[in-house]
Design a protein around this ligand. Sequence first.
Ligand SMILES: NC(=O)c1ccc[n+]([C@@H]2O[C@H](COP(=O)([O-])OP(=O)(O)OC[C@H]3O[C@@H](n4cnc5c(N)ncnc54)[C@H](OP(=O)(O)O)[C@@H]3O)[C@@H](O)[C@H]2O)c1
Length: 345
Amino acid sequence: MSKVAVITGTNSNLGLNIAYRLLEKIPFSEDITIVVTSRTLPRVRECIELINKHHSQLERVGVLNFDYVLVDFTDMVSILDAYYTLSKKFNRIDYFFVNAAQGVYDGIDWIGATKEIMTSPVEAVTHPHYKIQKMGVKSSDGLGLVFQANVFGPYYLLHKLKPLLVKGNCKIVWVSSIMSSPEYLDLNDLELLESDASYEGSKRLVDLLHFATYKSLEKEGIEQYLTHPGIFTSNSFFKFLNVFTYFGMLSIFYFARFLGSPWHNISGYKAANAVVNCATSDSKLLDSEIKYGSATTRAGNEYIISDKVIEHSEEEMGLIVSYFEKLRDDWDVKLKNQIKNTRQS
Ligand SMILES: NC(=O)c1ccc[n+]([C@@H]2O[C@H](COP(=O)([O-])OP(=O)(O)OC[C@H]3O[C@@H](n4cnc5c(N)ncnc54)[C@H](OP(=O)(O)O)[C@@H]3O)[C@@H](O)[C@H]2O)c1
């Protein structure tokens, strides 16, 4: 029986490398269907071509199949449609990587960036504060856009897909960030509408949501892990750079690694290490209380750092669970008559 892996945001640098590494790590005799997700069809095609090319270089005998889902996590109807598509096509999901994410960036504060880089170059490219983010941006569903795209949207899809996840004893792997410290989340603003660091706040929410939910999922046979990819080259930030600033930033990344930063993986392949390791390792060797991060030595050799000290109080987790469950139930009601499952046979 073919295993099924869903990778959200498959066409990102990390998404593609999750697919590559997954194919390298699962038994070479195992058949697998990779479900590519994107908001647009041309990107789906590109991903399939690239993953197929990588697969052809491996000596796998297992069959690789593809399927795709077009989903926009800032649109609840699109999420519901993705659920219908997946549940019509598959009766189980074995791996689910929550990788897609977005911020609402408005450019770079170049003066701030220069100051940060001059004062502390490693810190400036590890915990940057010079990315300008718009505040108060809502989706057409009226939810905080970054909150919905990065946390609530994927959470809602996973909730709808629960029967398939149970059947596949699914391993859910959330992609968080090193930029997810508690300072970025105000518990009175869970939709991150008043935040000027909504991207970072959404990653803190991912951490808290994971800690608040993994135990109950475990009881249903679903394993959930929290990971982060360190720092690597990506479209979301690099699109604000020209050729000079791009290479400037890249050299500071290498310099930071040379000075001992473990997080400057730079390559998407190395960044996917911890993410795929959680999906493919024996669960006895893993611990859902840990946040697993992809890291690289000075010489560029990859390894994984286990962080056991991510703060998560009972109070925070209680608040998160009740907020998410209430919002989920509200959307179950709102979407009840919005679209029909016309694909049901
Ligand atoms: N780059 C880094 O250094 C870094 C550091 C820490 C954590 N991360 C995390 O690593 C993951 C991948 O990052 P990346 O930099 O490789 O990503 P990226 O290049 O910014 O690509 C984002 C991906 O997410 C998808 N996406 C964005 N908004 C979406 C939406 N509203 N609905 C559905 N899909 C959406 C995009 O899909 P389409 O455009 O095809 O629709 C795209 O595939 C993210 O979770 C990011 O937060 C990255």
